[in-house]
Design a protein around this ligand. Structure first.
Ligand SMILES: Cc1cc2nc3c(=O)[nH]c(=O)nc-3n(C[C@H](O)[C@H](O)[C@H](O)COP(=O)(O)OP(=O)(O)OC[C@H]3O[C@@H](n4cnc5c(N)ncnc54)[C@H](O)[C@@H]3O)c2cc1C
Length: 414
């Protein structure tokens, strides 16, 4: 016989965990299903930054002038797996359309709506979870070492200022004052004093999972194999037997597309693969995450190690790890920081990405019993608390919010 539950949260990355926590805190009965240890996939290996300044989508009008550099430079932050490109042609077509000015401006507003308040939300959440020691409150720093980098970093400034984002332009001395251990001279940088980062995203995820359990969430290690709609309830087929829920939240990150398509929603979810390498060291040399903008990776001081994470590889979920991407990160970090120990570990993760860099948070076309919460791309950690609050309102029926249309499936129909 099927097991019964009120709400099933399918997938426990940072998005599923924050949703489950919020729902349980609000008095709902929640079962969270994840095939592995919750939070230890893409949400474990990211750059750990709550990027409240990160209002720009990947597709921007200026992308066109950067394409030759992005495609043909050996140090490029982007790599296209050409063997996978034919299967992703629909995604590429939509992505290029999102570079048009009107779409770009719409996407900036949508992203801003998700990142605004994220630092305060996370600060509140870590106090509830009792893991404040994981927070690094020293902001975030972009640096550049040539004129192109300067244009890339300072060029976006006006729009950020217009949105009330606090930033400080720095010259070479200003960068050196903040980060004296950089081995090379940066010409300048942009400092975001209000951003925070986490010293150990894996530990943060474990705190969230414990917080969920304290609030009564049942966390089960089961693989979801299918979702079926019928007679007002949702049947979830899993490796541990089947479940019937009144409501289901689909939050499996990059793996969500398959299940949404199974429910009849044809959505353009793609994947932007991202890597990290780590150097175990007592003193991680930096005080805050630093991004050399032309290289597209972050160097992040974490507990007992330096993590170098980022860059984008466009390809399929199941393609193999790219050795050249890993070396790109390692050599880039050595270039900026000088002598570093041997690489201690390497990692590949999957950003669940829509062409407009805006997540889907809304009802499935198959009915309001299934709520989608995936596609957070480069900013899943940043956007998770806001996502959880939106999903909570959908579940408890707090009345339609103005912003629902922005994040729903309707935008793919135009
Ligand atoms: C290199 C890199 C750096 C990044 N840096 C940042 C950053 O600094 N700041 C930021 O905000 N964001 C960052 N991101 C993005 C962020 O990590 C992602 O947006 C976020 O982790 C997505 O979370 P999620 O919960 O949607 O998905 P995931 O973390 O992928 O979680 C999905 C969960 O679903 C489970 N699952 C999948 N299939 C099944 C199944 N069939 N049955 C059961 N369970 C299943 C998985 O086990 C997993 O636990 C970065 C990403 C990368 C790759």
């Amino acid at each position: 016989m099927d097991r019964e539950g009120e709400i099933g949260v399918l997938g426990g990355g940072v998005v599923g965990l924050t949703i489950a926590y919020r729902l349980a805190k609000g008095g709902r009965e929640v079962v969270l299903l994840d095939e592995g240890e919750p939070g230890q996939g893409t949400s474990y290996g990211n750059a750990g930054t709550v990027a409240s300044y990160g209002i720009f989508p990947v597709a921007t009008p200026s992308l066109w002038r950067k394409i030759p550099r992005l495609l043909f430079s050996r140090r490029s932050p982007l790599r296209v797996r050409w063997g996978d490109a034919w299967g992703m042609r629909g995604w590429y077509g939509r992505f290029l359309r999102e570079t048009f000015r009107t779409r770009f401006e719409r996407n900036v507003s949508a992203i801003e709506g998700m990142v605004r308040g994220s630092v305060d939300d996370w600060k509140e959440l870590v106090v509830e979870l009792g893991c404040e020691e994981l927070v690094n409150g020293d902001g975030f720093l972009y640096i550049f070492d040539d004129e192109t980098g300067r244009r890339d970093v300072f060029g976006d400034s006006a729009m950020r200022r217009e949105k009330g984002i606090r930033e400080e332009r720095l010259g070479a001395d200003g960068v050196r004052d903040l980060e004296p251990n950089l081995g090379r001279v940066a010409l300048g940088g942009m400092y975001y004093p209000e951003a925070i980062s986490f010293r150990d995203p894996g530990a943060l995820m474990r705190s969230l999972a414990r917080g969920c359990e304290r609030e009564g969430v049942r966390i089960l290690r089961e693989k979801v194999m299918g979702i079926e709609r019928g007679s007002g309830r949702v049947r979830v087929l899993t490796s541990g037997g089947d479940y019937r829920f009144g409501r289901v939240v689909l939050s499996m990150g990059a793996y969500s597309g398959l299940f949404a398509r199974g429910l009849g929603d044809d959505i353009p979810l793609g994947v932007e693969r991202g890597y990290h390498v780590e150097f175990d060291m007592e003193d991680a040399l930096l005080s805050r995450p630093v991004c050399p903008v032309s290289r597209g990776f972050y160097m992040i001081p974490m507990s007992g190690r330096l993590r170098v994470a980022g860059t984008v590889e466009l390809g399929k979920l199941d393609s193999k790890m790219s050795e050249s991407r890993l070396r790109n990160l390692e050599l880039g970090a050595r270039d900026w920081l000088g002598s570093l120990p041997e690489v201690s570990r390497e990692w590949l993760g999957y950003r669940p990405s829509f062409p407009d860099s805006v997540p889907v948070i809304g009802y499935s076309g198959s009915g309001e019993e299934v709520i989608y919460a995936f596609g957070h791309g480069h900013l899943g950690l940043t956007m998770a608390p806001k996502t959880a609050s939106m999903v909570y309102d959908m579940v408890v029926g707090n009345g339609e919010r103005d912003d629902w249309g922005v994040y729903g499936l309707g935008r793919f129909r135009v």
